[in-house]
Design a protein around this ligand. Structure first.
Ligand SMILES: Cc1cc2nc3c(=O)[nH]c(=O)nc-3n(C[C@H](O)[C@H](O)[C@H](O)COP(=O)(O)OP(=O)(O)OC[C@H]3O[C@@H](n4cnc5c(N)ncnc54)[C@H](O)[C@@H]3O)c2cc1C
Length: 428
């Protein structure tokens, strides 16, 4: 007998399956693709390069939400040593990223009076209740007290930390919640040694002790009788269970269950979910381009950068160097190749101005157009209290996991957090 069927083998589906298997439930994970990992999938090729589907970091490293899942399994994510040389791109220059309030007070990025305003703004963030601000934007929060334009131009940094740089779009409550957690934890991001495959191999080993993972098998229908789930039909067979965990993005739900089965407001919300898109380029060089080990975030350009092989040489064969540069595609990106070209040119112009030696050294590059990066952009409409609960209200035995539902944190953390919530609900 299968206690729970999990649809999707991304961070969310694999985490909930591992947690359930660990607590004695028999699980079946069904994944349409031929790889585990979903949007965080990774593979090492025959030449020894590890290719990730874009660079993946874990907010708050060992104190973060991904590691909470691992700790429940009796595991720990092994991170590369924390580097203290993270940078920012602002006004076409590279700056040391200020760490903590003292860092913001002493940075030369802004004028002295702006630094004082920024510090006062950070104090407001520290003292605010996120629940008072989820439905407001960061710009509204800022303008409730401050009018300094130089600091306003710096606000995208705080939105960028949760992947929604536009202060007029990002939920203030989400930014407040994240920055308060950073202040409490006192750590930044962590890079898992060997990338996401370390996490997936740990999760897989727990699942395989009490269940199975079927790859290259697509769920086509969730079987429902009397508003109770009974099982699933796939392109290869039929499986029965009284608990189904849909661990893919909510907009895909109506591919496997009729929309009419759900409350109208829920269906309308799911169909209107806005995600972010990006362009991610991996560059291989024979020589190092920089010694930076920490990440780089853009303030006035929506960019993120990682020189993976500087902090983790296991990503490349000896003597080769890998860095990944990402840039967000415009809001509502619909696949227009002209937008991709524009983003690529902007990214490469930024690379050239910051590292003039870089582009001529490139031996190989891999370009990924990522149509869905974060399943949910953290706008007020899509902020935590407004996202659907992990337990389906309309159909008994149906649960939701992933980065479009009501989990904590942002990006992949929402998937890890929602996985723990569903495991708790099923095991209580
Ligand atoms: C380039 C890039 C960089 C990122 N960087 C970070 C980062 O640094 N930090 C961070 O926290 N997050 C990051 N993210 C976001 C993070 O990757 C996602 O939030 C997370 O991977 C989502 O996991 P998930 O399990 O919710 O969904 P997914 O990974 O989308 O998994 C869902 C799975 O369901 C499968 N599926 C769908 N329908 C069916 C079906 N009918 N039958 C069977 N299987 C099905 C899909 O194939 C997929 O594998 C990044 C994302 C991208 C793309």
């Amino acid at each position: 007998m299968i206690d729970a069927i999990i649809i999707g083998a991304g961070y969310g589906g694999m985490s909930v399956a591992a947690l359930l298997a660990h607590s004695g439930r028999r699980v079946l994970v069904i994944e349409a693709s031929n790889l585990i990992g979903g949007r965080a999938s990774t593979f090492t090729d025959e030449d020894g390069y590890t290719w990730e589907y874009g660079a993946h970091s874990h907010r708050l490293a060992g104190k973060g939400i991904a590691n909470q899942v691992m700790n429940r399994l009796g595991e720990d994510i092994k991170f590369t040593p924390e580097s203290k040389d993270a940078k920012l791109i602002f006004k076409s220059s590279l700056w040391d990223r200020p760490e903590g309030p003292l860092g913001f007070l002493t940075t030369k990025i802004l004028s002295f009076s702006s630094r004082i305003t920024l510090l006062r703004f950070l104090l407001k963030i520290k003292g605010a209740n996120p629940y008072d601000w989820y439905d407001k934007t960061l710009l509204e929060f800022y303008r409730s007290w401050f009018h300094n334009k130089e600091v306003e131009a710096f606000l995208p940094l705080f939105g960028m930390t949760i992947m929604c740089p536009d202060p007029s779009k990002v939920s203030a409550g989400e930014v407040i919640d994240f920055l308060q957690r950073v202040l409490a934890a006192g750590v930044g991001v962590g890079e898992p040694v060997g990338g996401s495959k370390q996490i997936f191999s740990k999760l897989s080993s727990h699942i395989e002790k009490n269940g199975e993972i079927h790859l290259s098998e697509k769920v086509t229908d969730i079987i429902i009788g009397n508003y109770q789930v009974k099982g699933v039909i796939t392109d290869k067979g039929k499986y029965e269970s009284s608990k189904i965990i849909f661990a893919a993005r909510l907009p895909l739900l109506f591919d496997v269950v009729k929309e009419e089965m759900f409350d109208k407001g829920f269906a309308t919300y799911c169909k209107g979910i806005e995600n972010s898109s990006g362009l991610s380029i991996d560059f291989i060089t024979d020589e190092p381009v920089s010694t930076i080990k920490g990440g780089i975030l853009g303030v006035d350009i929506p960019t993120w950068v990682k020189f993976q092989s500087n902090s983790d040489p296991s990503f490349t064969p000896p003597g080769k160097h890998l860095s990944t540069w990402g840039i967000m595609l415009p809001w509502g990106f619909d696949g227009d190749p002209e937008e991709v070209d524009k983003a690529e040119q902007r990214l490469k112009a930024t690379i050239s101005s910051l590292f003039p030696e870089f582009l001529p050294k490139i031996k190989k590059e891999r370009k990924l157009v990522v149509h869905v990066m974060n399943g949910t952009v953290l706008t007020p409409r899509q902020s935590k209290p407004n996202r659907p609960d992990v337990v389906c209200k309309d159909i008994k035995g149906l649960y939701f996991v992933g980065d479009t539902v009501r989990g904590d944190g942002c990006s992949g953390d929402i998937s890890f957090s929602s996985a723990m919530k569903v495991a708790d609900h099923i095991c209580k």
